[in-house]
Design a protein around this ligand. Structure first.
Ligand code: ADP
Length: 367
């Protein structure tokens, strides 16, 4: 009987709870034992806190995940964990896996968490060897755990991983952004104001781009499209004075073509400049509201279908199988090699169709 654990790691995203519910219940349905690792890699490294009498690795029953589908955030907690970057931390994590009898781990997180997972799997045999040679575990204890079985699920509001159309949480964050921009628009047009709205996305402008398309924003800054030196003139040409409302969306990671940051304040100062547009301009940083709240239907569906597939992938994996993650491509749930997608993400970023983007942005209001 396999013992399958699920964990959420890195930035939280709506839909992670759907993943946990689906993994726990699918594992049980298929005759396995289901476990949750609380607080991401931190929980895996700690295992059990004797002083506080807290177990970070807990077996889950069918009813333990009741109500998970509709809730935001991640109920089993997530964390960023420095120790897991070090071999010593990964040694402790390996020990806790063996002691708790966990032979497969399903991790829902961003590209950082999934890279850590792949590293853990690659090192696994040498971690066990070291634990035995140090006398932490016996040969007999580690014998049943020769291969670590890991499957990744991409939980990220940024939709920043290549090889999948959508990451779990991205559509919820996008829906939240649209809702917030709608609220701001009402007050903007009442006062004939301009708003510079900062949205999340340090390396990936998907949220900003789709948010701008979906709200009919006037101008947009994203990291994938570094602005030319004349961006100020360009923006002032597009944004005319006398419009009832002006909305500029800027991703956190907005850049010019020299790699310098373009900040909301720079944009605001330009819009407000009395010699130019002279618009009454405010900045709104949407911040963590983008992460919060319940998951939209799409993320509940994606988290559930991918969670089911992840358990199946774990049960079908062999020692030779590459570490895979679960993707959605052209509406089909598929398994793909994890590290190829991580590498592609780092090298080319997620592709954005520049032509369509320009066509859509040309639809802005003129008055
Ligand atoms: P995300 O998964 O959202 O991209 P992070 O990049 O912060 O978030 O990664 C979350 C955690 O995953 C880190 O705090 C660390 O514990 C682990 N991790 C990330 N990258 C690595 C790595 N290269 N090696 C080992 N662990 C890693």
């Amino acid at each position: 009987k396999k013992n399958i654990a699920v964990m959420t790691s890195g930035g939280d995203s709506p839909g992670m709870n759907a993943v946990v519910r689906a993994v726990v219940r699918t594992a049980i349905h298929l005759g396995c034992n289901a476990y949750c690792v609380y607080e991401g890699y931190r929980g895996l490294v700690i295992g059990r806190d004797e002083e506080k009498q807290v177990d970070y690795i807990r077996q889950m029953g069918w009813e333990d995940v009741r109500g998970y589908l509709s809730l935001g955030g991640t109920l089993i907690g997530t964390a960023r964990c420095k120790e897991f970057f070090e071999r010593d931390g990964r040694l402790r994590a390996a020990r806790n896996m063996v002691v708790n009898g966990i032979d497969a781990l399903i991790i829902c997180g961003g590209d950082g968490s999934l890279t850590g997972a792949d590293r853990f799997r690659a090192e696994w045999p040498s971690l066990l060897e070291e634990l035995v040679s140090k006398g932490d575990l016996t040969k007999e204890q580690v014998a049943p755990f020769q291969h670590l079985n890991i499957v990744g699920l991409v939980g990220s509001i940024d939709n920043d991983l290549s090889g999948t159309d959508a990451t779990i949480g991205a559509y919820s964050a996008l829906a939240r952004i649209c809702e917030m921009v709608d609220y701001i628009e009402a007050t903007a047009s009442s006062h004939s104001r301009a708003f510079v709205i900062e949205v999340m996305g340090r390396h990936c402008g998907w949220l900003a781009l789709m948010g701008a398309v979906a709200t009919g924003a006037d101008f947009l800054f994203i990291p994938e499209k570094p602005r030319e030196d004349n961006w100020k003139e360009e923006m002032c040409q597009v944004i005319k004075t006398g419009k009832r409302k002006t909305i500029v969306i800027i991703a956190e990671g907005a850049l010019d073509r020299h790699g310098n940051k373009i900040t909301p304040t720079m944009v605001k100062d330009l819009l407000a400049d009395g010699n130019g547009l002279g618009l009454d301009t405010r900045i709104t940083t949407l911040g963590h509201v983008q992460r919060g709240g319940t998951a939209v239907a799409y993320d509940r569906m994606l988290g559930t279908l991918q969670g089911v597939e992840a358990v199946k992938a774990v049960l079908e994996a062999t020692p030779e199988t590459e570490t895979c993650f679960i993707a959605i491509t052209e509406n089909k749930i598929t398994r793909k090699p994890l590290m190829a997608a991580v590498k592609e993400t780092q090298e080319v970023a997620k592709l954005i169709d520049a032509q369509r983007f320009n066509e859509a942005m040309a639809l802005r209001d003129t008055e």
